[in-house]
Design a protein around this ligand. Sequence first.
Ligand code: GDP
Ligand code: IMO
Ligand code: MG
Length: 425
Amino acid sequence: MVMATTILVGAQWGDEGKGKIIDVLTEQADVVVRYQGGNNAGHTVEVGDQKYVLHLIPSGILHPGKISVIGNGVVVDPAALLGEIEHLRGRGVSIDGNLYVSETAHLVFPYHKLLDEIREEQKGKRKIGTTKRGIGPAYADKVARTGLRLVDLLATERFSGKLRRKVQENNEIFKAFGAKPLSFAKINDEYVECGRKLRPFITDTVTLLNRAVRDGKNILFEGAQGTLLDIDFGTYPFVTSSNATAGGACVGTGVPPHKVDRVVGVMKAYTTRVGEGPFPTELLDNQGTLLRETGREFGATTGRPRRCGWFDAVATRYAVMVNGIDELAVTKLDVLDGLPKVKVCVAYKVGGKVYETVPNDIDLLQRCTPMYQEFDGWQTSTKLAQDFDQLPKRARVYLQKLAQLSGAKLSIVSVGARREETIFL
Ligand code: GDP
Ligand code: IMO
Ligand code: MG
C-alpha cells in the first residue's frame, strides 16, 4: 500500500478496528490527526504483549518520531486528555514534542456530562445509549456559539468570566430536573490548572498541518466512531454528534479537500453496534453470543457488551458512497474461522418491498429484515496467514464478495489484533 494523504474512516457503527489499522498505516505516515469526536472513542492497539486503548490521542502516538495532532473538530475533556497523557508517559510512550492539540478545539465541561446523563434518563426507553462523556451537549454548545475553546483556557480571566455564565445557565436547568448544582469555583480551578499543564501542547494546528502538507508530508486522518453513527449520514437520532465520515476530516482539521489523496474504509468481517438504535442484521440468539465471545466484543470505552450480527453490505455500500472509500481494510476475519456457515446481508425487506439502500426513515429501518446470501465457512485458522494466497479459498471468496458488494477495492485483511497479523494485498 503506497502511503499518501489518507482519510481512514469506520464503515459501520464504530469499533471496526480503526485503531489497529491506523497503527499499521502510521509506519508510512508523518502526521496522524484526529478530526472529530472526543473521548467517546476507544481505539485499541496491540504492540507485542502490550495493549493500549486510546480515547483522544491519535493511535499514531505509539510510533516514536511521528507527530500526533488533535484537530479543531474534536471536543476535548482536558482532564481526560491529561489522564491519557500521564498514562502513556507512565508506560514509556514519548509524548512531549510529538503531540499537538488545536487551540480552536472545543472543551467538554462537567455540565456537558451531567446534561448527557439527564437527557438520557429523560428519554427513558428512547435513550440513545451514549457513552455519557458529554459529547452531544459539548457539540450543541459549539453550534449554538456558546462553547469555550482551548484558546480561551489560556486566557484565564476571559475564560473564568465565560465559564461563570455557563455554569449559572446550566445550574438553572439542573435545578429544574432536581439535580445538584455544580460549583463554578471548583470547575474553574480544575480547568485553569489543566490549562497550565496542557499549554505546551496547545497550538495553531491548522497552520501546522497545512505546513506539513506543503512540505510533502503524509497525513493520516484518524476517524472515530463510524459512518452509521455520523450526525448527518447515520441512523439519526441514534448517532453521535459529529461528522465521522470523510468530509469531517477537512472541516475538523483545516486541510482542504483537494489535498486528500485517498479514503480507506475499515470494516469488520461481521457487524457490531454499541448503544441503542436500528441494527438490521443483529443476532439475538446463540450465534450473536458466539460472535461476541469469539470476537471479545465489549466496549473499549464503557465495557458494555456490543450487539453482534452478520456483515451488512447495504450499510457498507452506503459507507463507500458517502465517504468515497477507495480501499477497504477488513478486520477480524479470524473471528469467523470456526463457523460452518457465514451470512452476508445483501438487501433489506419490509413487507413485500426490497431496499438496496439504507432507508432514512428510522421507523422503517427498525422494521427492515435482512435478505441474506449464505457462504460455506472455511473452518481453518487464518491467524498465521501472511499473504492473501495463504488464506483458505473459502475465506478469499468471502472477502472478495464483501469488497464487491461494498463497491471498493480490498486492500488490507486483518486476522488478529497484533501488528503482525495483517495482510496487505
Ligand atoms: P476501533 O474503535 O475502531 O479502533 O476498534 P476497537 O479498538 O474499539 O475494537 C476493535 C477490537 O478488535 C480491539 O479489541 C482490537 O484489538 C481488536 N482487533 C482489531 N483487529 C482485529 C483482528 O483482525 N482480529 C481480532 N481477533 N481482533 C482484532
Ligand atoms: P470508536 O471510535 C462505538 C455510540 C454510543 C451511542 C452513540 C452516541 O471507538 O469506534 P455519544 O457518547 O457519542 O454521544 O454516543 O454513539 N458511540 C460509539 N460506538 N464506537 C465508538 O467509538 C463510539 N462512540 C460513540 O454507544 O450509541
Ligand atoms: Mg472503539
